[in-house]
Ligand binder design. Sequence first.
Ligand SMILES: O=C(O)CCC(=O)C(=O)O
Ligand SMILES: [Fe+2]
Length: 304
Amino acid sequence: MDIQTMRRDLRDKGFVVIRGLLTQEEVGYFTGKLEALSGISRQVMAASNKGGKLGQRGLENSWSTPDGVTKNPDFWPLITHERLVTAVRGLLGEGTRFLQHTDLHVGFSAISWHRDNVNRDFGKGPDWDERDAPYRLLRVGIYLQSYAESGFRLGFIPGTHRPLPQITLGRRLQEARLKWVGAMSYLFVRLQEWASQAEWVATEPGDCLIFDPRILHSGSYITGPKFSMFLAYGIENRHFYNHVNYYRRMRQELGYDDLSPALAEKLQTADLLPGPVPVYDHVEGAWSPPPLVKRLVKRGLNRA
Ligand SMILES: O=C(O)CCC(=O)C(=O)O
Ligand SMILES: [Fe+2]
């Protein structure tokens, strides 16, 4: 896909698909690293009943690590990956920097409609106000499993990333309905598929999805092995600073840490290191998970 089409898709729909970003060799390398880190192999995931109740929810033989790309040097080559950085620079332009919002997933799918940004209520809060600063942040997801083995697709609701001067009643109802569907998804794993406006992307090994963190998206339920790596980039302005402080300081249960000096040096060399970020602990209207979810996440991290 040429860069003009990619820019247009990002602006209008809120996401871009890059097929085969990673070579087969790279797919093999990262799969091996994820299997070793998680202690869960593709064979174990395939043999375990991913089609069963817990497996479908990504709760059985499943492992996920927030800040995982940053914390594990084996995954740093992904951050500076030439093809990826070229695509992201093509979308964001000069001044593209690494944004510390990363995840590693094995056997895990985020099966509910959600946003990845700071202000998750549509239209409310600083993420949705671009009058003084454009929102130029991108989330990148790279998948290593086939659709045939996993049944996995990532769904997007096109256009739900764009601020509107006036929010119609129809739009308000759509948002409310998807929130409800999101909350119920862990009880009824196929519920999120009812969102008729959704575009579902079935991924193959090495495929990459780049999206505006404000877009509503959801993983599908899975029936077999799944490996994914998420990272982010952005242009430095108040949106970038809010996002960094949100994950590093406000979402304590996720266990984000300072970048290691070795990674900072690597980013500097690749011209991806952000300058000093102003430090603060509050962003108006920042989304917070329910306390029970927070406790579960924290427990999961402590066990890992
Ligand atoms: O299940 C997936 O691959 C999507 C993950 C996702 O949306 C997230 O981690 O925020
Ligand atoms: Fe997400």
